[in-house]
Design a binder for this molecule. Sequence first.
Ligand SMILES: Cc1ncc(COP(=O)(O)O)c(C=O)c1O
Length: 392
Amino acid sequence: MKLSSRIDVMKPSAIREAGKLIAAKENCISFAAGLPSPDFLPIEEVKEVTEYILEEMGHIALQYGPTKGYAPLLTKIQKMMMDKNILCSTDNIQITTGSQQAISFSAMLFVDKGDTIITENPSYLGALASFGPYECNVKGIDVDNAGMKMDLLEETLKSDKRIKMIYVVPNFSNPTGRTWSLERRKALLELATKYDVPIIEDNPYGEIRFEGEEIPTIKSMDSENRVIYLGSFSKVFCAGLRVGWICADKELISKYEIIKQGADLQSNQLAQMQIDEYLNKYDLNEQILKIVDSYREKRDLMCRLIDECFPKTIKRTHPKGGMFVWLELPEGADAKELLIKSLEKNVGFVPGGPFYPEDGHDNTVRLNYSNMSLEQIEKGMLLLGELFTDEF
Ligand SMILES: Cc1ncc(COP(=O)(O)O)c(C=O)c1O
């Protein structure tokens, strides 16, 4: 059977591949997958609201619904956006099946075969994977601790006339945990305006801030509807419900709505109603505070143990929020080979190379701290420390 050419460029996720190796081991301590903590999944609350929904509104919950999304939830999302100083109405919102779908839809909306998408270097692996079917080029622009390097971005914008969108994760990025400064956000908006390119601002981790002042989103500074903001309930509520959203210009939202119709008609109606009803009955901010307190403690422990137990030649980021720490091992190290050795000690992580659009960077590692317990982090980091001390 002849398959399409597009499938040739689509690779399996390195995280899921590492996950398979890890799953094959019993009781493995895994810093690999970007899973939220199991401690804060609101199981009882979801049970309660589901029973209520099915009793009172079962005929709506189990029926087809509008493509744009469940109206009461659209209104709540609009308010959440206004609280972030993003002026909008429900006409500016489209609900999606997680923000993952919104990333893929954005490439569908802006990118033709042979065009270029700019990302951070490294960037979110799921975004890179979702760009594959569009048969486009993806160029990564190097970052430092304040965000994408603007001189490099401008050079690329000048030299490549086929750049159709810039995809960024400015808050507590996946995979590095880094956050963009206000200056860099403004500079990105200026350059995107100068070269007339849309910005996709993906912000699933923005609420999980451990310290410091919130930095305004790029969308909140966007006076000409250049920024497409992506939000998600995955990291602060339930990833399994698969509900995210796009906040953008009304005309663009009407195009996203057409794409959504073609892709899957609508997002899961019951899941949207579960979130809506939860928000009616409970305070999501209380849930977020619990998550933040727990992840901060885990971040502190992981970073302290890296500093105490890893060789000084290993560099790490210092995330002020989110779920990840990023390591740079000495030049020449191969994290894929190290993963095999670390699995012998029953500890897993994700090699960082696949987070770069181009090959290389095999000496990098992403560590997740949200999913394991404090005890598992302590044990796993000591074991990784032993391995890295032997190696470097
Ligand atoms: C940066 C980033 N964007 C989007 C997603 C996808 O999230 P969702 O569950 O909303 O599809 C993830 C998930 O890990 C992510 O890290």
